[in-house]
Design a protein around this ligand. Structure first.
Ligand code: ATP
Ligand code: MG
Length: 390
């Protein structure tokens, strides 16, 4: 007889063994909150007997987007890392896509926040609530009887021990049975299918929302990595600052991102474009519309892009010579949302002299990597660090 779930109770066949909970209709009724550990243990044992009950998830907990991979199903969730909540009670009102639509448009009583900044958790409580909601959403497509999930979470390579612990704790509070962490560039390299286990040099650059991560990988490990807290968000900010400086025009984060995605580039384009931008005139205080060209956007992006280029140069300088020669042959893979910015591959190729390949789906590279790690469990112990709970 299979266990069933009713409201806050988990019921499973009564085996005669004394457990906390009351027996009803031949089933042992366990208060999920009070006896969560016992119920989880029971379900864990079941999942060992029946592997289809396994509940493993890979999570790319990004500054801009969170993606969840469910073992055996693939990527089941991709939503912005945004939470809308009531300012006074801090009650969560919306998460993900719905909350992002509210960014910059909320009335006084509601705030829409991004709980991760520069790739790391800046608000624990809100991150926990968001992660919990995403885990529940991702589990929806699953059998209700799956035990609490084991998570593999990708984190920036440059984060501190305290920040790592914060991710583990947030995930545990959000309902994870155990948590393993994998460094983002390693996950991205696995995700795009680089032969990371070979004795040869592979290089990946992941330009996300909060951080740009770059790593040289060989024999299943990171030989050298670098993480700079300059990525998509800084590019948006650079556009906002440019419009303020040049036109006294104040625009919001979402408009800046829109400009970047629609006409942004970092290398001269064959056909330059322009777009209409609406904002608030800082002098008159009134709404204003103007047209901005792609050349202007490129000029605005110059400074943060130079920081990223400098970081790539420094990483290549630290690359052992044998691996450098591999890179000349194999090139470098570009992943993360920033890889979609027009001309980044050409600019990097010109600056480094190396062939640059943009990943097929740059936004999914990291989560696909966590998924592959889940699928090949022997990877788990080798490439990840555990929170010590399994
Ligand atoms: N077509 C595009 N052109 C330029 N930038 C883009 C495009 N699509 C998405 N982006 C940018 O990519 C960034 C999000 O990328 P991604 O989802 O890889 O980041 P993340 O993983 O959430 O962040 P991080 O890894 O830093 O924590 C955002 O800044 C977004 O504006
Ligand atoms: Mg990322």
């Amino acid at each position: 007889m299979t266990p069933t779930c009713s409201g806050k109770f988990i019921c499973y066949p009564y085996t005669g063994k004394k457990r906390c909970g009351k027996v009803k209709y031949g089933l042992l009724e366990i208060d999920e909150k009070e006896n969560r550990e016992e119920a989880t243990f029971y379900l864990f044992m079941l999942s060992k007997l029946f592997p289809f009950l396994e509940n493993d998830m890979g999570v790319d907990l990004g500054t801009a987007n969170t993606l969840v991979y469910v073992r055996g199903k693939g990527v089941v969730l991709r939503e912005p890392s945004v939470v809308a909540m009531d300012q006074a009670s801090r009650r969560v009102l919306a998460v993900g896509d719905e909350a992002k639509r509210m960014l910059g448009r909320t009335p006084g009583s509601i705030i829409a926040v991004r709980p991760l900044k520069d790739g790391v958790i800046s608000d624990f409580e809100v991150t926990e609530a968001m992660l919990k909601c995403f885990i529940e959403k991702a589990s929806k497509s699953q059998n209700r009887w799956k035990p609490r999930p084991r998570l593999v979470i990708a984190v920036p390579s440059g984060i501190t021990e305290v920040e790592r612990r914060a991710v583990c704790e947030s995930a545990a509070h959000a309902g994870a049975r155990s948590v393993r962490l994998i460094e983002e560039p390693l996950a991205a390299a696995i995700g795009v299918g680089l032969p990371v286990q070979d004795a040869s040099g592979n290089m990946i650059i992941d330009i996300g929302g909060g951080t740009t991560e770059m790593a040289i990988i060989s024999l299943g490990g990171i030989v050298f990595s670098r993480s700079v807290r300059v990525a998509g968000d800084e590019l948006d900010e650079a556009i906002m600052n440019y419009l303020k400086r040049a036109y006294n025009l104040m625009i919001g984060e979402r408009t800046a991102e829109d400009i970047k995605v629609k006409i942004g580039s970092v290398y001269p384009m064959e056909k330059e474009t322009s777009m209409e931008v609406r904002g608030r005139d800082l002098v008159a205080g009134l709404p204003k519309t103007l047209t901005i060209t792609s050349q202007e956007v490129r000029e605005a992006l110059l400074e943060p892009v130079q920081i990223i280029l400098e970081s790539v140069r420094l990483t290549l300088e630290r690359c052992p010579p044998e691996l450098s020669s591999d890179l000349v042959e194999r090139g470098v893979v570009l992943a993360g949302g920033g890889a979609l910015l027009r001309g980044f591959d050409r600019l990097l190729s010109e600056e480094t002299g190396l062939p640059i390949h943009v990943a097929e789906d740059p936004l999914s590279a990291v989560v696909e990597g966590t998924g592959k790690v889940l699928d090949e469990l022997e990877f788990l112990t080798k490439l990840t660090t555990s929170d010590g709970r399994g």
